[in-house]
Write a protein that binds this ligand. Structure first.
Ligand code: ADP
Ligand code: MG
Length: 730
């Protein structure tokens, strides 16, 4: 009889690409289906009285809360639209500090008199919800006597419908906050950070004589990487089920070294998944654009067109949900973890970020005239200063147990934040700092606001893949975000840090112009010193080398290569002052977040440790023991029949194997002890540190023995699908 693993391999091989089930599924008419499930402005205009629509449009544009006076009318129109789209239920959809999204469905149906039911949905139901949300992490922001959490519609993101075979549900994107008004989610601080950066950017635009821009919004495009694993195989891997990554597994003979998977032909079954996924995303108004095979076998990427940061954040959360949800229809499990497999690339999420004003002008676009160039240089300087001054804060936007396997480990990008601007822009900056640099290098000096920038290459994105923060033509690409993470923390940190430096620059410029200088004159003195002060953040070399680690240390750049060290800095006065002064998070909110994140980290490691123990004790050890017994029996019988020399040779083999099994047993005991040590620690911050210092290395050494055994014992006895099967069957 075939082993379970052999059966799963054979089923995985024979699974065919899923055929489209309906006419509708077959025709991917993007223009017809795009936004079909979204209650967008067009739909609102069609269904609402003109005055109500105009007020709502303004609310959306200015990012305000909905006026209760028009809520009933809006709610009614939304309900009618949803019911026409076969929705039976509605839910406030929010993003608590679990890192995932949350929903609680309520039916539109309400019993009326005489055993009838009617559909009802009032303005009050639309505006606020009060889920019994006492089990979400709050870091002490909700004391037990006031455990309620509230949700409120964020009208800047339109409501949408998720279709399911048995009925659909209206989703209302919402904020989540405590009775005290403090944020319990990531959307509230994201919105606050957008307002902060908008306010400061407008001050700069006004100085350049711009009187028309009403706001400035960060624009974000996040490239989502992921792995697909066949479900039959994944079902035999409890580590994938509970931890989203393999906790053990010897490397396959072939990994990514041939680069033959990268941009390779997409397997038919995977393509069917991608098309199905894209259809659902397009219906939700998510502008997915690019799909391709990534570097590691079994790894893929989806990139949308960039959008307003708030919308991009919601859309990325939805994209991840839909990926997890749709993969099983195609016989796959979708892994969003940052490091599902050792020895091949992990997954990240490049966060492309720029600033765009309400007139559609990208403020990070160098532009063609000296005036545009000068303005561009101010925004460039602000971003460089932001990354330099607030590297620890930005690092906080990327922390997580999963991402520790990438940042600071031997994988792109490094944990040290530096900025890559390319040679051309680097020369411009050097020339501004020191005009003799320009003439020395045989280039003409640049006079800010008077002369023009040299032509900059539009797309530099592939020129330095090791940089965690790269200028790519007209946007910055923050590459340290983890694939499973919400992009909110990274963008909150980025917006906050940039708002700080824009405020600083605006203060100086406003003072100079008040004393009679022109903006150009003020810039001639401000920019050289500003660039000089922050030049240390620029690095155009290879970010993987040891030399860079040492050089960065000399430059005073932080190198927090793990989550807990980075997290300790959350309570640094310098970090807290940024969020507090920009009105993004108050002290209580920050300390609550720090606590939640420590706890999340420790819990993740305890779960992983427990799961590895279980695998080692119940899967690996039994195979090791029975192999050991067989080896011993064989040695004994060979010795009896073949005599002394054979006995010696066989005993050596037996001894090696026995010593491996002994090491495995003691590594199991050691991990058990480390887990107890960690569980016993009551202080949350300390517990996170203990987890990192004790569980991580204990898991690592246990894994090594398991992997050695996998490479030693009879393949037909190994119970867990191997890397070659998980990575290469699609
Ligand atoms: P690469 O893989 O070379 O980095 P992609 O084309 O895969 O590039 O992804 C680039 C991402 O950057 C896309 O999501 C794109 O929409 C986004 N993007 C392009 N221009 C901007 C911009 N001005 N601001 C923010 N994001 C942008
Ligand atoms: Mg890409």
């Amino acid at each position: 009889m075939l082993s379970q693993r052999a059966q799963a391999v054979s089923q995985a091989f024979s699974t065919q690409a899923r055929k489209a089930q309906t006419e509708c599924e077959r025709g991917l008419l993007a223009d017809k289906i795009f936004g079909a499930n979204v209650f967008n402005l067009d739909e609102m205009r069609r269904r609402l009285p003109k005055t109500v629509f105009e007020e709502l449009e303004k609310t959306v544009e200015e990012g305000r809360r909905l006026n209760p006076a028009i809520a009933d009318v809006v709610a009614n129109a939304m309900k009618d639209w949803a019911i026409e789209h076969k929705a039976t239920h509605y839910t406030h959809w929010f993003q608590p500090m679990t890192g995932l999204t949350a929903e609680k469905h309520d039916a539109f149906l309400t019993p009326s008199q005489k055993g009838h039911v009617i559909s009802s949905f009032s303005g009050k139901m639309l505006i606020t919800g009060e889920p019994d949300a006492s089990s979400f992490p709050s870091g002490g922001l909700r004391s037990t006597f006031e455990a309620r959490g509230y949700t409120a519609w964020d009208p800047t993101v339109p409501a949408f419908i998720i279709d399911e075979p048995y009925g659909s549900t209206l989703h209302i994107p919402s904020f989540f906050y405590a009775y005290s008004g403090e944020a319990l989610d990531r959307k509230i601080p994201l919105e606050r950070s957008i307002e902060a950066v908008s306010k400061q950017a407008l001050r700069i635009l006004r100085l350049f004589g711009n009187t028309t821009a009403r706001f400035v919004h960060p624009m974000v495009g996040s490239e989502q990487e992921y792995f697909l694993v066949d479900s039959h195989l994944a079902a035999l891997r409890p580590d994938l089920l509970l931890c989203g990554r393999t906790l053990l597994g010897a490397p396959a003979a072939k990994g990514q070294e041939m680069s033959d998977h990268y941009f390779g032909a997409i397997p038919e079954r995977v393509l069917a998944f991608m098309q199905d996924l894209e259809r659902e995303l397009l219906k939700l108004g998510i502008p997915c654009k690019t799909r391709h095979n990534e570097v590691a076998p079994g790894q893929f990427e989806l990139a949308p067109v960039f959008e307003d940061a708030n919308m991009a954040c919601d859309h990325n959360m939805l994209t991840m949900n839909m990926m997890r949800h749709i993969a099983p229809r195609h016989g796959f499990v979708c892994l969003l973890h940052e490091k599902p497999f050792a020895g091949v690339n992990g997954s990240g999420k490049h966060n492309n970020w720029s600033l765009c004003d309400s007139d559609g002008q990208n403020l990070l676009n160098p532009g063609k005239t000296p005036k545009d160039n000068a303005q561009f240089l101010v925004f460039l300087a602000a971003v460089l200063a932001a990354v330099h001054n607030h590297a620890a804060l930005l690092r906080l936007g990327t922390i997580g147990a999963g991402n520790d396997h990438r940042l600071g480990a031997n994988e792109a990008p490094p944990a040290i934040l530096s900025v890559y601007v390319g040679d051309e822009l680097n020369d411009v900056i050097e020339g501004i700092i020191d005009p003799s640099y320009a003439s020395h290098e045989n280039k003409s000096a640049m006079e800010i606001g008077v002369s023009s920038l040299p032509a900059l290459p539009v797309d530099q994105s592939d020129r330095n893949r090791t940089s965690p923060f790269a200028f790519t033509g007209n946007k910055f690409e923050f590459r340290a975000v983890g694939s499973s993470q919400s992009i909110a923390p990274a963008n909150i940190a980025l917006n906050a840090a940039v708002a700080m430096s824009l405020a600083e620059i605006a203060d100086t410029l406003e003072k100079s112009t008040a004393s009679g200088k022109t903006v150009t004159e003020a810039l001639q003195s401000l920019l050289p010193s500003y660039f000089l002060q922050h030049k240390a953040i620029l690095f155009n070399g290879n970010g993987y080398t040891q030399e860079w680690v040492e050089e960065a240390k000399k430059r005073g750049l932080p190198n927090d290569d793990n989550t807990v060290d980075a997290l300790d800095r959350y309570s640094d006065p310098k970090v807290m002052q940024v969020f507090a002064s920009q009105g993004i998070l108050n002290e209580r909110e920050m300390l609550a977040r720090q606590e939640i994140l420590y706890a999340g980290y420790a819990k993740t490691l305890i779960i992983e440790g427990q799961q590895l123990l279980e695998l080692a004790k119940t899967r690996v050890l039994p195979v090791a023991n029975s192999s050991l017994e067989k080896t011993a029996q064989r040695a004994q019988s060979l010795c009896q029949s073949l005599g002394k020399d054979a006995a010696k040779a066989e005993q050596e083999i037996l001894r090696d194997f026995y010593s491996l099994v002994l090491k495995l047993r003691s590594a199991i005991t050691h991990l058990e002890e480390m887990l107890s040590l960690c569980r016993e620690e009551n202080d949350i911050a300390k517990q996170a540190h203990v987890a990192r210092q004790s569980i991580v290395p204990a898991m690592q050494s246990l894994r090594e023995y398991c992997d050695s055994l996998e490479e030693t014992v009879d393949d037909s006895l190994w119970p867990l699908p191997k890397y070659r099967e998980l990575l290469w069957i699609h």
